[in-house]
Write a protein that binds this ligand. Structure first.
Ligand code: G6P
Length: 453
């Protein structure tokens, strides 16, 4: 049983008829084969305000929709999940909003997920709960069904005690997590933050990597998530994708190097600072239009939330200003694409890009960094990676930057576009080794092996 805010499928309408399509993303591709090999169900929200959806089969998996009313989308999803927890857990880059009227809907939606999920879990079954929308579900499930083995994995960072302690509902959230038998985080630092806080506010006892809580032993550890490496490898080798990569390069003009960013349009990703660093290089004449072109793909996200609207405007404005100031007819320094892209197009862009900028101000893992590395089958390409992405704990051969430091960023971009071939290949080889050795299947196996013990 997998429980996550979103189902692994999303609504599509073809010829006026509604259907479902598998959503892109690492979690879905990791868990599909695991779930397809045994009777299993995925419990989640359909992403719409339809409230009358029946369970349905798709690709060998039973999908059990959890309805959310439009009021709950506003209070539970856009409010508590995306305006309280999301910014708080990402270093308070945007100021978290603590609004009392969002708490009760968070509790009742978590209760609904817990009820629906336990109703479809057989005796002694395994339940794996995902991410920050559902932090209360582990304890709710344990309360109703102590026979179930419960795992919880947090995909986003878990903040240091100084920040987490400001949350008015800190004790309830910690007690929610502590219903699980195994609690997974992206990094060791995140797991250590959790242990410290569980001791401070919930009276848990720390014993090595475990917590002892209410007579139970709970494993709290780092399980860095990854991608389906084989899939990226195959795509990068396919003729369609290779052709597309050549097309992209050709249409981007004659600049020597292509610098790429691919992100959800989210204020944690550092897209604006990255653009400013590129602007700085143009302004100080350290690079010209013939040296580099910057392609930024930004996938619209959480568009009704105020902070996201503000970022959207800020990025639009910066791109306009940079192109207006430094562009020439037929030659623009920044190519900005604001929409979702098919995976084939993305991999083609990864192949076309000499430099990949992954510079979030804080990120749980960042799978784009791993996707770029997995696609660079000829061992070329330079990854510039924020020290504040979980991925930096593994991808140590990237050019590591402080994404808040415009000079560090612009120096690194300059270094990347003038790098020697020997250094480029040495770094990429080392990165590829790391990514190959920990793909998303290993991640799921490791977590489930401990959970099933
Ligand atoms: C992050 C979260 C996921 C979430 C995704 C997209 O990666 O960890 O849980 O699904 O963002 O955000 P959305 O709000 O569209 O589900």
């Amino acid at each position: 049983m997998v429980v996550s805010n979103r189902l692994p499928v999303h609504r599509v309408v073809v010829d006026d008829r509604k259907g479902w399509e598998i959503s892109p993303g690492g979690l879905v591709s990791a868990l599909l084969p695991v779930l397809q090999s045994r009777p299993s169900t995925w419990v989640g929200w359909s992403g719409t305000s339809e409230t009358d959806l029946e369970p349905f089969m798709h690709d060998g998996i039973r999908n059990q929709p959890v309805p959310l009313t439009s009021g709950e989308i506003e209070t539970f999803y856009e409010g508590f999940a995306n305006r309280t927890i999301w910014p708080l857990y990402h270093d308070a880059i945007a100021t978290p909003t603590f609004r009392r009227r969002w708490w009760q809907p968070y509790v009742s939606v978590n209760q609904r997920f817990a009820k629906i999920a336990t109703d479809c879990t057989s005796k002694g079954g395994i339940m794996w709960i995902q991410d920050f929308h559902l932090q209360l579900v582990p304890a709710m499930v344990r309360h109703q069904r102590p026979d179930i083995r419960i795992g919880f994995f947090l995909h986003i960072p878990f903040p240091p005690p100084e920040l987490f302690s400001t949350l008015p509902w800190r004790r309830q959230i910690l007690e929610g997590f502590l219903g699980a038998d195994v609690i997974g985080f992206q990094t060791r630092a995140n797991a250590a933050n959790f242990r410290t806080l569980a001791r401070r506010y919930a009276g848990a006892v720390i014993k090595g990597r475990d917590l002892i809580y209410q007579g139970r032993t709970i494993r709290v550890d780092a399980f860095p998530i990854s991608i389906d490496v084989g899939r990226y490898h195959h795509l990068a080798e396919s003729e369609e994708v290779s052709k597309k990569a050549i097309d992209f390069r050709r249409s981007l003009g004659s600049a020597r190097k292509i610098v790429l960013g691919v992100d959800r349009l989210d204020y944690t990703k550092g897209i604006d600072i990255r653009l400013k660093a590129f602007r700085e290089l143009l302004k100080t004449n350290r690079i010209g239009l013939e040296d580099a072109t910057f392609v930024q793909v930004a996938v619209p996200s959480r568009e009704r939330v105020e902070e996201y609207k503000e970022l959207h405007n800020k990025v639009d404005q910066l791109v306009g200003e940079i192109n207006g100031t430094y562009g020439e007819i037929g030659r623009m320094p920044v190519h900005y694409i604001q929409r979702n892209m098919r995976i084939e197009e993305l991999v083609a862009l990864y192949l076309a890009a000499d430099v990949m900028l992954v510079t979030p101000l804080r990120d749980g893992m960042n799978l784009v960094a791993k996707e770029y590395v997995a696609s660079r089958k000829d061992n070329t390409g330079v990854l510039i990676l924020s020290e504040f992405a979980g991925a930096a704990q593994e991808l140590k051969s990237a050019l590591i930057v402080n994404p808040h430091d415009i000079e560090d960023l612009s120096d690194s971009i300059n270094h990347a576009i003038t790098i020697t071939n020997a250094e480029e290949v040495r770094r990429m080889r080392a990165l590829r080794r790391v990514v190959r050795n920990n793909d998303v299947f290993k991640w799921a196996d490791r977590f489930l092996e401990i959970l099933e013990r």
